[in-house]
Design a protein around this ligand. Structure first.
Ligand code: SAH
Length: 197
């Protein structure tokens, strides 16, 4: 099952780096026990508090588009799965989660998986995380109508931010590259994410 997904990612043109990260992390450790059998189907799965662990193909596409490296800020820890993959591609990951039970769930899953370079913070990600700013990369795994200005300010010069932007029923994945005072925007295609609250 995992092998099938990997084949699919290769066909999609996902980079070897990201596929290697995917190979290193067990998705079944980040889903609820009743969903373990479905861990390697290419679908989003319910976690707790009405939230979802994102679809594997979406996760790897985003990681490829992010060009993860250095110090990374993630908004929306959820299960901690995306943070676990990021931990294999970057030096240090800070992941913010608004729902306390999910922050605890992510921490527990990451610990079980033996991952040490991720810090999960229970807070509102719309404010970013000033304490460790600026970041080489920022990835938002929940959608909103607009990219919060604070997040753009917390991006390093030369940094990349990725976020799904648009209404609840469907968003465009937006990639922003900071070049000094300028921010260059690109649209990377349509997705549906849970909302940033
Ligand atoms: N990256 C996750 C899936 C993300 S689901 C994984 O790999 O499993 C989106 C998450 O964003 C949810 O857990 C939701 O609670 C969280 N979220 C929504 N609004 C938020 C906010 N303002 N600050 C931090 N987290 C938020």
């Amino acid at each position: 099952m995992k092998a099938q997904l990997i084949k699919q990612f290769e066909k999609m043109g996902i980079s070897k780096k990201v596929i290697d990260a995917f190979k290193k992390v067990s998705r079944e450790e980040f889903v609820l026990p009743e969903w373990k059998e479905a861990a390697y189907e290419d679908s989003a799965l319910p976690i707790i508090a009405g939230q979802t662990i994102s679809q594997p193909s979406t996760v790897v596409l985003m990681l490829d588009a992010l060009e993860a490296k250095g110090k990374v800020l993630e908004i929306g820890a959820g299960s901690g799965y995306n943070a676990a993959l990021l931990s294999k591609l970057a030096d240090k990951v800070y992941s913010i989660e608004r729902i306390k039970e999910l922050a605890d769930f992510a921490k527990k899953n990451l610990k079980k998986a033996g991952i040490r370079n991720v810090t999960v913070i229970h807070s509102d990600g719309k404010k970013g995380y000033a304490k460790e700013a600026p970041y080489d990369r920022i990835i938002v795994t929940a959608a909103a109508e607009k990219i919060p200005d604070i997040l753009l300010k917390q991006l390093k010069d030369g940094g990349v931010l990725l976020m799904p932007v648009g209404p609840e029923y469907g968003q465009q994945l937006i990639r922003v590259r900071r070049k000094g005072k300028d921010y260059l925007y690109e649209k990377l295609g349509g997705y549906v994410f849970v909302p940033l609250r």
